[in-house]
Design a binder for this molecule. Structure first.
Ligand code: NAP
Length: 495
C-alpha cells in the first residue's frame, strides 16, 4: 500500500491544531492534514459539554489575537459559545477541509533515509510527511480513579469528559468525586437537580469570586463596528490576567509574595461571606499556597454547601459498593449516580500523547523520563527533526491557552521562513540551545510559588511525577512572544 504524502501532518483539531493550520496557510503550505480521534473539531471544547461548562478566563482574552469575537454573550462565556467560535474560525480560515475525524494516530517515526515522518494510524494506514506538529493539548487524556470496588458500582457512572446529555439527573442521589475547576462549575448544576448530593473532596481548591456580566446588544454592536473598542477591553483583561499569573504563580520578590497572600485573603473572605458554619469552612480551606494548583472562580460553589441536601465528605473514600460509597470515616452513602470529575492524566498518558520516535531511535516519552521533561521554547526537542510539539513541558503560559498559541505561531513563522529562505529540507534544535533553555526555565521556576511556596499537599498537575513543576513556562506572555519573534536562528540546525 503506498503511503499518502503531505508537507505537514497536524495531530489534534482543537485550538492548537487550528492555530498551527492557520499559520501553515499563512506560510503558503497547503498540502497538510489535521487528524483527530474525535468526530468533530474543537478539542476540549468539543469533548466537554457537562452542565455549567464555561471558560474561566474572560472571553475577551480567550481568543486568538488575530480573531477577536464580537459575539460573546458574556465576559465568561459558555462552553457551547467557545465551541461555536472554534467552528467559525475553522471555517473562516478554511482549515476544516483539511481535517480528518475519527482518525486515531498511534505513533510517528522519523525516517532518516526519506527525511520524513511516517505517521501510523489505527487500522494500519501510514502517512508520510515532511513536518509533524502535535497539538494534542494538555488536558486530553481523562483520568479514571482506581478506587476499591469502583468497577462493581451498578448505578450510572459519568465522567465529566463523556457527559450523557440524555440522562435525567432529576431526583437522583448523586455522588461526585473531585473538586477541581470542572467540579466547581458542575456541583451547583448537580445540586439544582439532585435529591441528594455528596461531594467527595480529597484536596480543597482555592475559589475566588467571579466578576461576570452579560454584554448588551449595544456593546456587541460597538465591538462589531469599532473593533478597537474590543481590543481595548482585551488589553485590560489581558493585563489583569498577566498580573494574576504574576501574583499567583511567579510570585517574585516580597511584593509578589504579599500579593499572593492578598489573593488567598480574597478567597478566605469569599468563604467567610458564603458559609456560616466554621467546621464546613475549615474543610473547604486549602492547606497549600494560592497558585500551587490552578485556582478557580465561582460565586455559587461555596454557598451550595449550605443547602440541606448537599454534603461535603472530606475524610476520603474507603470503597465503592454496588449501590453506595463508604467513606474513611465509616459513612455509607447510598447513591444512584457516580460522577467522576477526576480530571486528566497529564504526565503518564499525555507527554507525549502518542509514541514519537526521532533520529537514532530516540523515543520522546522515554527520553523525557530518562533525562528531564524539556522542550526548547516549549516547541522543539533535539533529535526530533522537522517536529513541533505544541503540548510540551515548559510550554503553557498559565491561564490562557491562546497566549501560548500566539507565541507558538510566531515561533513557527520565524523558523519556517528561515527554512524556506535557505531552501533547506530539515530543521532541528541543537542540544546546546535546548540545554540553555532548560537551565533558564529551571532557574526561573526556582523563584516561583512552586519552589518557594508551600505546595507539598496540593497534588497539582503542574508538577510531574518526579515532583518538578515542568508544565508552565515561567514568564510573561510579552516575554514569550518577544522570544518567539527573535530567538537566535543559530539555535537550530537548518540543512
Ligand atoms: P483536576 O483539576 O485535575 O481535578 C480533579 C479532581 O479529582 C481533583 O479534585 C482530584 O483530587 C480529584 N481526584 C482525582 N483522582 C481522585 C481519587 N482517586 N480520589 C479522590 N479524588 C480524586 O481536573 P478538572 O477539574 O477537570 O480540571 C482540570 C483543568 O481543566 C483545570 O485546572 C482547568 O485548567 C481546566 N478547566 C478549565 C475550565 C475552563 O473554564 N477554562 C473548566 C474546567 C476545567 P486531588 O486534587 O486530591 O488530586
Amino acid at each position: 500500500m503506498t503511503s499518502e504524502q503531505f508537507d505537514a501532518v497536524i495531530v489534534g483539531a482543537g485550538f492548537g491544531g487550528i492555530g498551527a493550520a492557520i499559520q501553515l496557510k499563512r506560510m503558503g503550505i497547503e498540502n497538510f492534514v489535521i487528524l483527530d480521534r474525535e468526530e468533530d473539531l474543537g478539542g476540549t471544547w468539543h469533548v466537554n459539554h457537562y452542565p455549567g461548562l464555561a471558560v474561566d478566563v474572560p472571553t475577551t482574552t480567550y481568543s486568538y489575537f488575530f480573531e477577536p469575537n464580537p459575539n460573546w454573550s458574556r465576559l465568561f462565556s459558555t462552553g457551547a459559545e467557545i465551541k461555536q467560535y472554534a467552528d467559525d474560525v475553522a471555517d473562516k480560515y478554511d482549515v476544516r477541509s483539511h481535517m480528518r475525524f475519527n482518525t486515531t494516530v498511534e505513533g510517528a517515526r522519523w525516517d532518516e533515509e526519506a527525511t520524513a515522518w511516517q505517521v501510523a494510524l489505527a487500522g494500519g494506514q501510514t502517512l508520510t510527511t515532511r513536518y509533524l506538529i502535535t497539538a494534542t493539548g494538555f488536558l486530553s487524556q481523562p483520568h479514571t480513579p482506581d478506587i476499591a470496588g469502583i468497577t462493581g458500582f451498578e448505578g450510572k457512572v459519568i465522567h465529566t469528559t463523556a457527559w450523557d446529555d440524555d440522562y435525567d439527573l432529576a431526583g437522583k442521589r448523586i455522588a461526585i468525586i473531585g473538586t477541581g475547576a470542572t467540579a466547581v462549575q458542575l456541583i451547583p448544576e448537580l445540586a439544582r437537580k439532585a435529591a441528594d448530593l455528596t461531594v467527595y473532596q480529597r484536596t480543597a481548591i482555592w475559589v475566588v469570586p467571579k466578576l461576570d456580566f452579560r454584554f448588551s446588544e449595544g456593546a456587541k454592536r460597538l465591538f462589531r463596528r469599532v473593533p478597537l473598542a474590543q481590543r481595548a477591553i482585551r488589553a485590560v483583561t489581558d493585563n489583569l490576567y498577566e498580573f494574576f499569573i504574576w501574583v499567583g504563580l511567579h510570585h517574585r520578590g516580597l511584593l509578589g509574595r504579599r500579593l499572593n497572600i492578598g489573593a488567598s485573603d480574597i478567597a478566605k473572605l469569599h468563604r467567610f461571606l458564603s458559609i456560616r458554619d466554621p467546621e464546613l469552612r475549615e474543610k473547604l480551606t486549602p492547606d497549600y499556597d494560592f497558585g500551587c494548583k490552578r485556582p478557580t472562580f465561582s460565586n455559587s460553589y461555596y454557598r451550595i454547601f449550605t443547602k440541606p441536601h448537599v454534603h461535603l465528605q472530606a475524610s476520603g473514600i474507603e470503597r465503592v459498593e454496588a449501590d453506595a460509597i463508604v467513606a474513611n470515616d465509616g459513612t455509607r452513602t447510598p447513591i444512584d449516580v457516580l460522577v467522576l470529575a477526576t480530571g486528566f492524566d497529564l504526565w503518564e498518558a499525555n507527554f507525549p500523547a502518542i509514541e514519537i520516535v526521532g533520529r537514532e531511535g530516540r523515543n520522546l516519552g522515554k527520553w523525557w523520563r530518562d533525562t528531564r521533561f524539556q522542550a526548547y521554547q516549549g516547541v522543539s526537542v533535539p533529535y526530533f527533526p522537522n517536529y513541533l510539539s505544541l503540548a510540551s513541558p515548559y510550554a503553557f503560559l498559565g491561564l490562557n491557552f491562546f497566549n501560548t498559541m500566539e507565541y507558538q505561531m510566531r515561533h513557527m513563522d520565524r523558523l519556517f521562513a528561515e527554512v524556506k529562505r535557505r531552501g533547506a529540507t530539515t530543521f532541528e534544535i541543537t542540544e546546546d540551545a535546548n540545554t540553555r533553555y532548560l537551565d533558564r526555565m529551571t532557574e526561573l521556576i526556582g523563584d516561583s510559588v512552586f519552589t518557594v511556596g508551600n505546595c507539598a499537599s496540593s497534588r497539582s498537575y503542574y508538577f510531574n511525577p518526579s515532583g518538578e513543576p515542568t508544565l508552565l513556562r515561567p514568564m510573561s506572555t510579552r516575554s514569550a512572544i518577544k522570544e518567539a519573534s527573535d530567538f537566535p536562528l543559530t539555535d537550530y540546525q537548518i540543512a
